[in-house]
Design a protein around this ligand. Structure first.
Ligand code: NAP
Length: 502
C-alpha cells in the first residue's frame, strides 16, 4: 500500500500530468575540459553536456574545447565523443542528427599540463566577451600546473572559472597546499570544487523540503528526531581502481566529502538566503560543531572473497592491507539543535545492494491511545539519492477494512521518478546540472575552501588514530550489510539500521 502526493504533483505538472523542468539558457561560453580523453569525461561530462545541449540550454555560439595530451585532430576526437554519447547519454543519445549537431560545437587541442605544448593554440580559440570555464578532469597532481599555465598564457582573466575534481587533498595539510596553489591564480569565487552528490536532485530537494515548507522545520531537532542514518552502499568492489583505493579507503573516498556534505545539508540551520556563501556558512558551522570521535564510535571493515569475486586484499593485491572498504560512524553534533541526537553514517563496497539514502527517524508519540500490537509508530522520512531519487515519509494509518482499529505503517510517496514519468529520465544528471551552474556563476552547490579544510580537520584524527592502532578491519561477507560490529554500533543504543535495499 502506498499513499501518493497527488496534490503536490498537480502543482508542478504540465497538461499531460508529467512534471517538467523549465530550461533557462545560460550565457554564451567557452568551456575547456582538461582530461577530455579520460574516463570521467567520456562517461559523465560530455554525455551530460550533450543532454543540456538538446534540452536547449546552450546559447548559439557556445563551444567546448577538449584538451589532453593525446595527439589527435578534432575529427578523431568527435568520433570518440560520438561513441561516448551513444553509450552513456541515455535515450537522447540515439538521435543521430542531434548528436552530429552537438559534435559541431566541439574542438580538440592537444595540451600538456606540464609543458608548453598547446597552450598558445588553446588561447587562440578563446573568444572575447563570453564566459570562460576550465574543467580540471585530470589527476589532482596536475591541478596546480594547469592553474599556473592558464595564468601564464593569459587565460586566468577576471571572470574565468575553474572546476576541480575530487579528491581535494588527502589530509588537511595537502588540502591547504592545494587551496594556496589555486589561490595564487584564481579568487575563491572563481574556484568550483565539485562534489557530484550536491548536484543530485534529491539533495537539493532536501533543502526545498526543509526550508520551503513549514511542516518539517519545527520537528527538525533533537526534541523530535530520535536519530539520523546516512547510508551510501555499493555492490561493486574496488577491482580496477585498487591502487588508488588502497591509498585512500572509505573515509577519504566517501566520508570526508560526500557523506559530510549530506550530513551538513541535513543538520544545518536555515541560511538567511539561498545564496552561495550563506548556505556554505551554515554547512561550515555544522562541521565545526562535530565532536571528535571515540574509537568505539568507529567500525572499519574489509570484504571477504565470495562466490562472486575475490576479497578486498586480493582486489588491491596487498595481502596485509588494513585499508577499510567499509566504515560505520556514530557522529554527534554539539549544538543546540542536535544535542542528544546521533547521526549514524555507513558506507561500503560489495554490500547487499546499491543505495544512497538519508533516513530521519522521528521519536515515538509520547503516548499511544491504540492497542497497536507493538507496531512501531515512529515516522521516518527517507530521502533516497540513488538508485531511484525521491522521498517518502512513513505514516501510521488505520488498516483499511471493517476489522476494528488496527494500525499499519505505510509510506507517503514523494517519488520523483513517478512524478517525472518514464523513470525520471528527464531529470538532469548531477554533472550536467553542476556544469551549467558553473557557467551561470552559481557556487551554492560547490564546496568552499574553508569547508573542505574543516572537513579534513575533523577527519584527520580518525585516520591517524587508525594508523597508530594495531587493529585489523572487521571482515564481512560480500553481499552482506557489513560487519557484525556495525550492527552492534546501533544495537548498543537500542536502535537498528534500516535494511540496505535498492
Ligand atoms: P583518467 O581516465 O586517468 O583520465 C586522465 C586524463 O588526464 C586523460 O584525459 C589524460 O589525457 C589527461 N592527462 C594526463 N596527463 C596529462 C598532462 N600532462 N597534460 C594534459 N592532460 C593529461 O582519469 P578520470 O577517471 O577521468 O579522472 C579525472 C579526475 O576526475 C581525477 O581527479 C579523478 O579523481 C576524478 N574523478 C573521476 C571519477 C570517475 O568516475 N572516473 C569520479 C570522481 C572523480 P591523455 O591520456 O591524453 O594524456
Amino acid at each position: 500500500m502506498m499513499l501518493t502526493l497527488t496534490g503536490a504533483k498537480a502543482q508542478i505538472a504540465n497538461e499531460e500530468g508529467t512534471m517538467v523542468s523549465r530550461v533557462i539558457p545560460v550565457e554564451d561560453f567557452d568551456l575547456v575540459i582538461f582530461g577530455s580523453t579520460g574516463d570521467l569525461a567520456r562517461r559523465k561530462i560530455f554525455p551530460g553536456l550533450y543532454r543540456r545541449f538538446i534540452a536547449g540550454q546552450f546559447p548559439q555560439g557556445a563551444q567546448i574545447i577538449g584538451a589532453a595530451r593525446t595527439q589527435q585532430d578534432t575529427a578523431a576526437f568527435r568520433d570518440e565523443m560520438r561513441k561516448a554519447i551513444v553509450e552513456f547519454a541515455g535515450n537522447p543519445g540515439k538521435d543521430a542528427a542531434k548528436v552530429e549537431e552537438f559534435l559541431q560545437r566541439l574542438t580538440y587541442v592537444s595540451v600538456d599540463a606540464r609543458g608548453t605544448t598547446g597552450w598558445e593554440e588553446l588561447h587562440e580559440h578563446m573568444r572575447e566577451g563570453v564566459v570562460h570555464a576550465f574543467y580540471f578532469s585530470v589527476a589532482p597532481a596536475l591541478f596546480g600546473d594547469i592553474a599556473q599555465r592558464l595564468s601564464q598564457y593569459g587565460m586566468a582573466d577576471d571572470d574565468s572559472r575553474i572546476v576541480v575534481e575530487k579528491p581535494f587533498g588527502r589530509d588537511l595539510v595537502s588540502a591547504r597546499e592545494l587551496n594556496a596553489t589555486l589561490a595564487r591564480h584564481f579568487r575563491e569565487d572563481q574556484i568550483y570544487r565539485i562534489d557530484h552528490y550536491l548536484g543530485k536532485e534529491t539533495v537539493q530537494n532536501l533543502m526545498a523540503v526543509r526550508f520551503a515548507n513549514i511542516l518539517f522545520e519545527p520537528l527538525w531537532n533533537a526534541q523530535y528526531v530520535d536519530h539520523v542514518q546516512i547510508t551510501v552502499a555499493e555492490t561493486v568492489g574496488v577491482a580496477g581502481r585498487g591502487e588508488y583505493y588502497d591509498q585512500s579507503g572509505a573515509i577519504r573516498d566517501m566520508v570526508q566529502n560526500h557523506m559530510m556534505q549530506l550530513l551538513c545539508l541535513t543538520a544545518m540551520e536555515p541560511p538567511y538566503h539561498f545564496d552561495p556563501n550563506a548556505v556554505r556558512d551554515e554547512k561550515l558551522k555544522v562541521i565545526r560543531a562535530l565532536e571528535p570521535l571515540e574509537p568505539d564510535d568507529i567500525v572499519r571493515g574489509q570484504y571477504l572473497a565470495g562466490p562472486d569475486g575475490p576479497g578486498y586484499v586480493e582486489d588491491v593485491e596487498h595481502p596485509d592491507s588494513r585499508t577499510e572498504s567499509f566504515v560505520a560512524l556514530k557522529v554527534r553534533i554539539s549544538n543546540w539543535r542536535w544535542q542528544g541526537t546521533p547521526f549514524y553514517l555507513r558506507t561500503g563496497k560489495r554490500l547487499r545492494a546499491r543505495t544512497s539514502e538519508i533516513v530521519i527517524t522521528f521519536k515515538d508519540p509520547p503516548h499511544s491511545i491504540f492497542d497497536d500490537d507493538g507496531v512501531s509508530p515512529a515516522n521516518q522520512l527517507v530521502i533516497k539519492l540513488q538508485p531511484n531519487e525521491g522521498m517518502h515519509l512513513t505514516m501510521m494509518i488505520k488498516e483499511p477494512g471493517p476489522g476494528g482499529m488496527r494500525l499499519v505503517q505505510v509510506p507517503l510517496d514523494m517519488s520523483f521518478a513517478d512524478a517525472l514519468g518514464a523513470n525520471g529520465t528527464d531529470m538532469p544528471d548531477a554533472y550536467e546540472r553542476l556544469i551549467m551552474d558553473v557557467i551561470r556563476g552559481n557556487q551554492t552547490l560547490f564546496m568552499r575552501g574553508d569547508e573542505v579544510e574543516a572537513a579534513w580537520a575533523w577527519t584527520d584524527p580518525i585516520i591517524s588514530g587508525w594508523e597508530q592502532s594495531t587493529r585489523s578491519p572487521e571482515p564481512y561477507d560480500a553481499g552482506s550489510s557489513g560487519p557484525e560490529e556495525a550492527l552492534r554500533l546501533l544495537h548498543r543504543d537500542d536502535r537498528r539500521w534500516r535494511e540496505i535495499r535498492p
